[in-house]
Design a protein around this ligand. Structure first.
Ligand code: NAP
Ligand code: ZN
Length: 352
């Protein structure tokens, strides 16, 4: 099969830093769209996967699943996009599109295994893994390409493709809206989007942070109340008050401290993926008939719905735009919690 060689940024093993490399993209098929990448967000999952923290990485690994770009070529059967369109690609680039979960717009749970944007096997070219957005361009089946609302800043929109949908989907699924008190734990890339989206949905939002310097900023992001989670007194003031909690913490932490803040029948949903198990105290869920749940990104239809919602409410991420060459430093800063609130790579700098 024909293919294209392009520039990218990635690593060849878990212990290596990311560096410039050449990769091969599959040639355009009749249902594919080729996209020149303009901006790519830096998700904490990029770091987890580049460093093989979930023990499933395929190397070489080119991360990046918060992609905004411009269509540069289309396959002969592409009907939804034309050359020049501004589009987005998130965490998924393919799925079987035939199983019940795909038919139910839950491609992220494809029974035959969805194709992740990077570090996944590509059914169109079995000898190549998928490579993500830290690259010049990408080739994607048109059904996995999203329209971007025209009023949103493009760089600040990139994080919606993962952080946006990962928080929108559970907030919607668990009925967050007016009259609901919602907790957001961990004010990073995902958490800050959860605050903005839950607020736009009409909920009363309580933000929980370990970082004193985010205390006042969480209110600027839209939180009605902010709690320093290290302060036991501040935590206990919220015992039994929250209908729903979204937990976006990337490292091991005490989940029971948050379950205790739920009302009777409340739900806490994990979206953060620490690389170690979290221990649940049986009494924390038994008392109050509480639910402990999880959620993975969102399907393609829901991702488009989220983008349209963000367009209507003028919601984008708070970003720090970086050069491609600064991504390793950005990973270290992300680990220190030193990002307000999402790094986005200006992909024009890849060729520097
Ligand atoms: P991030 O920007 O690094 O934010 C994580 C936040 O967690 C930090 O800002 C910090 O918030 C808090 N935190 C970090 N270490 C902590 C610790 N030891 N104890 C308590 N709090 C701590 O990461 P992100 O990109 O938002 O991603 C968050 C997690 O979600 C990652 O594990 C990522 O892989 C996962 N993820 C899951 C999905 C999904 O579909 N489920 C999708 C994307 C990402 P404070 O400073 O406010 O305390
Ligand atoms: Zn992500």
């Amino acid at each position: 099969m024909d293919s294209t060689n392009i520039l990218a940024y990635g690593n060849a093993s878990a212990t290596e830093k990311l560096d410039q490399m050449n990769i091969t993209r599959r040639a355009l098929t009749s249902h594919d769209v080729e996209i020149e990448i303009l901006y790519c967000g830096v998700c904490h999952s990029d770091l987890h996967i580049a460093r093989n923290e979930w023990h499933s990485t395929i190397y070489p690994c080119v991360p990046g699943h918060e992609i905004i770009g411009k269509v540069t070529n289309i396959g002969s059967h592409v009907g939804k996009f034309s050359v020049g369109s501004i589009v987005g690609v998130g965490c998924l680039v393919d799925s079987c599109q035939e199983c019940q979960n795909c038919k139910d717009d839950l491609e992220q749970f494809c029974e035959n295994g969805a194709t992740q944007t990077y570090s996944s096997l590509d059914k169109h070219s079995p000898d190549l893994p998928t490579f993500g957005g830290y690259s010049e361009s990408i080739v994607v089946n048109e059904n996995f390409v999203l329209d971007i609302p025209a009023n949103l800043d493009l760089a600040a929109t990139a994080p919606l493709l993962c952080a946006g949908i990962t928080t929108y989907s559970p907030l919607k699924h668990w009925g967050v809206g007016p009259g609901k008190k919602v907790g957001v734990v961990g004010i990073g890339g995902l958490g800050h989007m959860a605050i903005k989206i839950a607020k736009a949905m009409g909920a009363h939002v309580v933000a929980f942070t370990t970082s004193e310097d985010k205390f006042t900023e969480a209110k600027r992001l839209g939180a009605d109340e902010v709690v320093l989670s290290k302060d036991a007194e501040q935590m206990s003031a919220h015992t039994g008050t929250l209908h729903f909690i979204i937990d976006a913490v990337s490292a091991k932490h005490d989940i029971n401290a948050y379950i205790n803040l739920l009302k009777v029948d409340g739900t806490i949903t994990l979206v953060g993926v620490p690389d170690e198990p979290l221990a649940i105290s049986p009494f924390s869920v038994i008392m109050g008939r509480k639910s402990f749940a999880g959620s993975l990104i969102g399907g393609i239809t829901e991702t488009q719905e989220m983008l349209n919602f963000c367009g209507e409410h003028n919601i984008t991420a708070d970003i720090e735009l970086i050069d491609m060459q600064n991504v390793n430093e950005a990973y270290e800063r992300m680990l220190q919690g030193d990002v307000k609130y999402r790094f986005v790579i200006d992909m024009a700098t890849l060729k520097n």
